[in-house]
Every structure is written in C-alpha cells, then in structure tokens.
Design a binder for this molecule. Sequence first.
Ligand SMILES: [Zn+2]
Ligand SMILES: [Zn+2]
Length: 399
Amino acid sequence: MSSLLFTDATAILPDRLVESAFIWCESGKIRSITQRAPKVPADTQVVECRGQYVSPGFVDIHVHGGAGHDFMDGTVEAMRAACRAHARHGTTTIFPTTTTGSAEQIHAMLDAAKTVKAARGTPQGARIAGVHLYGPYFAEDKVGCHSVEGRRSPVAREFLRYFESGLVQIATCAAELPGAAAFYREARRRRCLVTCGHSNASWPEMAAAFKCGMRHVDHFWCAMSHVSSVRQRLGVPMRGSMLEFVLGTPEMSTEVIADGCHLAPELLDFAYRKKGPRKLCLVTDSNRALDLPPGRYRFGPGQDGSWFDSDGKVGWAPNGSLASSIMGMDHMVRQMKKDTTASLPEVIRMASLTPAELTGLSRRTGSLEAGKRADLLLLNRRLNVKRVFIGGSEVSFED
Ligand SMILES: [Zn+2]
Ligand SMILES: [Zn+2]
C-alpha cells in the first residue's frame, strides 16, 4: 500500500485553515488530517511543506482546451494534452466542454473522452469525470465566439445519442429554444447538472426551465440575457432576465470567469456576496491558447472552429468581443482572492468542493477530508502550484 505524508502543511479546509498539519494519504485516499504526527509505515513518502498550503485539487466544470488543443479537436492526443496542461495549473478533475459544431464532431469528442477516461494507471493529467455538453444548443443572438453555423435547437433524435454515451454529466441549453424542456427533463433524468447558457431567456422562460430541472447558469454576465436584451426580443413590459432569476432564486448556482479580463472586481465580489461560496463556482472557460504565445487560434474544432486572437491575457473575437479565457484555475484562484472579500478557504471552495457538489462528485473528491481521493496540490504562499497529486500519485511535468 503506497503511503504519502505531508508534514508542516497549512491545510485549506472548506471553512478554515489548519496550520502545522499532517495530511496522511494511503492507497490513493486521504487517511487523516491531524496536528499530531500520525504513525505511518516506514516506506512512507514524505512531502515537507514548510508551512506552504495544501489545497484540494481543483474541479473545472467549464473548459475548452489548452496547450494548443481544443477538446473539440476530437482526438485522444488533444484530450490528453489539454488535461495535462490543466493539471499543471492545479485542476485534478475536469469536464471537457463541447462547443457548437456538427454531431460528428461532438461524437468524436465524446469518443476521445471515453478512451482517456477509461485509461488506468498513473494519471498524467486532470482526471476526466464526465463531459459538459455545452454547445450546440445556443440561442442564435447569444452564440458569442462559437461558430453560429454550428448552433441549433435540441431534437431528441440527436441529443439522446449524446446522453447514451454515458459521459454527459453537465448539460447546457438556452431556455428559450424549442425543444429545451424535453432536453432539460432528459438531462435531469440522467442526473446531470442542468444549465442554461448562451441564452437571451426571460424570467418566465427561466421559471419554466427551472420546473424541468435547470439549476445553473454558465459564465455569469457573459453571453446571457439582461433586461434590455430581453426587451429587444420580446418588447414591453420589460421583463426579468437570467440575471434577476439567478439572483432571486436561492437554488440556482452559477460560475464566473475570474481571469481579470472578463469581469471587473466589483462584479466578482458582487457575485460572491449575492450567491455565496456554495452556489458560485470558479471556471476557467479556457481555450487552446492556454500556455501558448499571443497569436491567432481556432475556438472549437481545429478544422472549422471560429478564429480568435490571444493577446497573452485573454481571447478576442474578430468583432471585438471576448472569446473566452486563456488562463488556468490557479490564475482564477489568485485573481478571485485579490479582487474580492472572499476568504482563502472560500475561494478554494469555489474552485473545488462547490463544483464537486454540483456535479455529484463531492463524496469522492473536492476537499481535504478523510476517505476522499488524494487529489491534492502544494501551493506556495503566493498560491502558485508547486506539486500536483492525483489519487495519491504525483503528476510529473518533466517532459
Ligand atoms: Zn460560453
Ligand atoms: Zn465556454
């Protein structure tokens, strides 16, 4: 049985920091977190933390790619390389996310995810917990940087085949599309996190979606409705939008792209204060330009995804709007800590336990707790990722 002991750690629990902690892991799981040295086997591997943080590994529920690869490239190599890139930034559990595109492209992505997910052995990258079926069911006026040709309304003949892969754990659809109710009900039946995104939905459309199981909204403030966009679509009287619905409905969760480019500090802090750390997740929404120099790249499938420019900080669509982030979760954590009043345990919770809870993974991972998988990060005092452990095995980044 492999045994691993972190000594003199500052353990980041969901509600507090524990100084001078010993974190003992055995056979891939966390065995104990104590302030007295546990009795461990003689062959235990010791990680001396010297007061640095030990954090739960991050869980990313909305992410498109990295290191030159988009998950929609649909190959096993792309899938592996992007998962590996995100592990370097602290993500240990990942939900590769589809974009708009053809059914063939989405099936290729699902097939590649299935192959990588099923592979056993020492993990070399973030572990795939499932797929986020995000595109193609977006509203035409809210496609954002996704290719508009690749969007459509949901029809059962198509989406049932995606669900039948058994991989879809998060399912997005714009609430105002014809067929949305059937899509949401099927997603709920399959115990997905059911979400509304890239949508210009009104409050009544959100309320109808809620009845069908919809409980989450993708990247708050981005590619979503507000009162004046709903007014443009439906006229007067002015109606509530996704924004009011999420803020006014305690059961609704959402997520923010805290890269410092999408949302100003007051919006990040507002989202944290209004939804709280149990209903707000950090996501990267990162594209293939993560860890690559500035330049022109494709968003979505490598063959025909839409072009965007990376300036080294964020992606830009040709029309001047933002085209998703190019940062890893470690960056989002540092930015959220800097820009908001959330405590460090709360910021880490929003990147780990909260997304794990929303996706039904929290019994297995997402926090430092005895019995959970030993998905752990060693972070220095500036919250930079120094070492990454998945299921108790250290991920080696020496190429
Ligand atoms: Zn999006
Ligand atoms: Zn996205």
